[in-house]
Write a protein that binds this ligand. Structure first.
Ligand code: PLP
Length: 316
């Protein structure tokens, strides 16, 4: 078996691998099934039910909790959709839902209920949309995970942004450097050509220092050497990274791999994620205390995304 392309898709296979007690109900009824790449599972400490990586991916009964304010479209994506797969909320930047697929199903995903559209025609539609929106100077490829696509589709999609003079910056939001770096390798030849043409930015999504490893270091190094600016965004998650120590360790480890912290997001209130919530007062206190431990350039901006606002909203 090629372990690099292997995903845990059954709760009890996953728990058995981790030497944890099996779940009574393996067919957890969720419209968002478990999916954990083997590469990520290897980084989870065996026998530890509170491992910070495990908590991000293990479906729990808590997902059935109905809490007021936790909805299917927490950040107003629907309202910001210009045309299927193209979202614009902020001046000068547009975000492309490159694919519905992702290597890993994070239980706190804010787009787990997003109404994804087929993407076959996305490259040509993006091309047309950009031609009629010369005020957009930055394209952000998101998803799903923009790197979780075939090389041919990825090339067509990036080409449709690269060919526009009005586009100055191409940005990718991805979790693949820590979930499936092998898969990213097949896109490197396409990615390496971007910095010669446009500003190139990768915003990785890493929530805990334990997610970073030698493979992520190699990928980040390659991209940095080819001219990419490397930033990271995290989500503040109860039980995962809601301590000064976890946040400081994450910043230091990111920096050791050439990546600067960018955003620390307050949880987007997607239905079924309330057990991850950290209160604003605790979040602000954590950040203030983290600030005293770190050089200024390693302190992320604590923000919340509020539907219909013109930027992310800083909390402190
Ligand atoms: C978060 C987000 C962006 C990026 O915002 P920055 O503050 O530039 O990082 C752009 N478009 C959408 C729709 C977003 O949700």
């Amino acid at each position: 078996m090629d372990n690099n392309a292997f995903y845990f898709k059954k709760i009890n296979d996953f728990l058995a691998f981790l030497e944890l007690p099996l779940a009574k109900n393996d067919c957890f009824s969720s419209s968002f099934p478990i999916q954990v790449p083997f590469h990520y599972a290897k980084k989870i400490e065996k026998g530890n039910p509170l491992d910070p990586l495990l908590l991000q991916v293990l479906p729990l009964e808590d997902e059935n909790i109905e809490k007021e304010g936790f909805t299917k479209d927490p950040v107003g994506d629907q309202n910001a959709t210009q045309e299927p797969g193209i979202l614009q909320k902020y001046n000068g930047r547009a975000l492309v839902i490159s694919t519905s697929a992702c290597s890993i199903h994070c239980r706190f995903c804010f787009r787990k209920n997003f109404k994804y559209e087929p993407t076959t025609s996305l490259p040509s539609r993006l091309d047309k949309w950009l031609a009629s929106h010369p005020d957009v100077s930055e394209i952000i490829f998101s998803g799903g995970d923009p790197f979780f696509t075939s090389p041919s589709f990825f090339e067509a999609l990036t080409e449709s942004a690269l060919r526009h003079k009005s586009i100055k910056t191409i940005r990718f939001h991805s979790r693949l450097p820590v979930t499936e770096p092998k898969r990213l390798e097949q896109l490197l030849s396409i990615l390496k050509c971007i910095p010669a043409q446009k500003n190139a930015v990768l915003v990785s999504h890493v929530n805990h220092a334990q997610e970073l490893d030698e493979e992520s270091k190699t990928i980040f190094n390659t991209l940095r050497e080819s001219g990419f600016i490397l930033l990271n965004q995290s989500v503040l998650l109860r039980g995962v990274n809601d301590t000064v120590e976890a946040l400081s360790d994450l910043s230091h480890k990111l920096f050791s791999q050439g990546v600067l912290p960018y955003y620390l997001h307050q949880l987007d209130k997607a239905k079924g994620t309330s057990h991850f919530e950290v209160s604003d007062s605790k979040a602000i206190c954590l950040l203030e205390n983290t600030r005293t431990e770190l050089p200024g350039y390693l302190v992320p901006k604590l923000v919340r995304e509020i539907a219909n606002e013109k930027s992310k909203t800083p909390l402190c």
